[in-house]
Write a protein that binds this ligand. Structure first.
Ligand SMILES: [Zn+2]
Length: 392
């Protein structure tokens, strides 16, 4: 696939930094698309402002940010601090209907393409500060166009930081324009947008626009939409780049929540695999790892001394048997026998792997309470508060 550019246009007076925050995230993805932020005159009126009630204190209570290494490396500490401290813009009164809003942006797009000789396969996304009466936050041009508009000061931004939502759509829109390009907006809404919440790219969230945040946390595409993408023969590198961007947004989002909620711990749902349902995350433990993990969970705060696991043989056998999905039933005994044998390193290896998987999913700091840990030679336990454990 030939490289393509996503031209993200903003009016020069939009210098609050919100656009830069969003593009920074998109620019960290790699794939066929390159993102450029361009100043372009198209929102010619001064911002009509409403007197928004900002509380005197900082609404987010931002202080300093204990960001995980990955994000710090990718975005840089300063950029993360800047993003997290950025206050939302005031929301204007809407003065035009969505159709006119889109048409105005499409005229600007045409002018931009003409003046800059932009190839037709490139995408143009316009960041506007004017609202529409129907209160759409994003409108993809569809109808064979490769353009979309995003309202940078939509009221949803009062609750969700703009770099998260705008960043999400900068990455979602090229894929949406290709996958649904042949349709008009009404057809798209009718056939592909989800009225119910799925945590999918195509969730409409028209009942409650604040639910848009759920998408940024799941970073997901549902089975129906994935099938549609495949049927459309979409370039998978493009989808991959979008997913990579979603992952990044999700990581930033989870991290931001830690920060906003004073590092609250998510509840752990114990089923076939451990899940953090509120975060949309699953820890990919094997049946054996899961059996060991559940046995330690059930042992409670006293924990288990590793060479005394034999005392918990029955629980372990039961936990493994329930998750064992092959036919050789004697294998259950063999696996359990190895685990409870103090001379066999198997148990230690399983614990190490299990802990690593939790750390990979949650990050080192956040994962701590979920790990099987304890002083060397002493009992090992999982320190997670029992009221944060749910049964599937
Ligand atoms: Zn979907």
């Amino acid at each position: 696939m030939t490289p393509q550019t996503v031209h993200v246009l903003k009016p020069p007076f939009l210098d609050s930094g919100h656009a830069e925050d969003a593009i920074l995230i998109a620019q960290k993805t790699s794939g066929p698309l390159t993102y450029n932020l361009v100043d372009f005159e198209f929102d010619d009126e001064p911002l009509p402002r409403t007197a928004l009630m900002h509380s005197a204190s900082d609404p987010h209570g931002f202080q300093s940010i204990p960001e995980p290494g990955l994000l710090r490396r990718l975005l840089g500490r300063e950029a993360m601090d800047r993003m997290n401290e950025r206050r939302p813009m005031d929301t204007p009164e809407a003065q035009e209907f969505a159709g006119d809003w889109l048409q105005r942006l499409q005229q600007a797009e045409a002018r931009y393409r003409f003046q800059n000789d932009v190839p037709p396969e490139d995408f143009v996304i316009l960041l506007t500060t004017r609202g529409n009466v129907e209160n759409f936050f994003v409108i993809p041009g569809l109808n064979g166009t490769r353009m979309a508009g995003i309202q940078m000061n939509h009221y949803v931004m009062q609750n969700v930081p703009s770099h998260i939502l705008v960043g999400y759509y900068l990455m979602a829109l090229p894929v949406m324009l290709l996958a649904y390009g042949g349709l008009d907006l009404d057809e798209y809404l009718e056939k592909h947008a989800h009225r119910e919440l799925r945590g999918c790219l195509n969730d409409l969230c028209d009942d409650n626009v604040n639910q848009l945040q759920l998408k940024t946390k799941t970073g997901d595409i549902c089975v129906d939409c994935k099938r549609h993408f495949q049927a459309q023969n979409l370039n998978w590198d493009l989808v991959r780049q979008m997913r990579q961007g979603f992952e990044l947004i999700r990581a930033i989002q989870l991290h931001l929540e830690d920060f906003l909620e004073g590092f609250s711990q998510p509840a752990l749902t114990v089923g076939m695999k451990p899940k953090f349902e509120e975060l949309g995350l699953t820890v990919p433990l094997s049946p054996k790892e899961m059996a060991v993990y559940v046995t330690f969970l059930e042992a409670g705060p006293e924990g288990i001394v590793l060479n005394a696991l034999d005392e918990h043989r029955e629980q372990l056998h039961d936990a493994y048997g329930r998750r064992y999905n092959r036919t050789d039933l004697e294998e259950i005994d063999r696996v359990v026998n190895r685990l409870v044998n103090p001379l066999d390193p198997d148990l230690q290896q399983v614990i190490t792997k299990t802990n690593r998987k939790f750390t990979d999913v949650l990050g080192a700091e956040r994962a701590e309470a979920y790990l099987i840990s304890g002083p060397r030679g002493d009992a090992k336990s999982i320190s997670l508060s029992r009221n944060l454990i749910r049964r599937a």
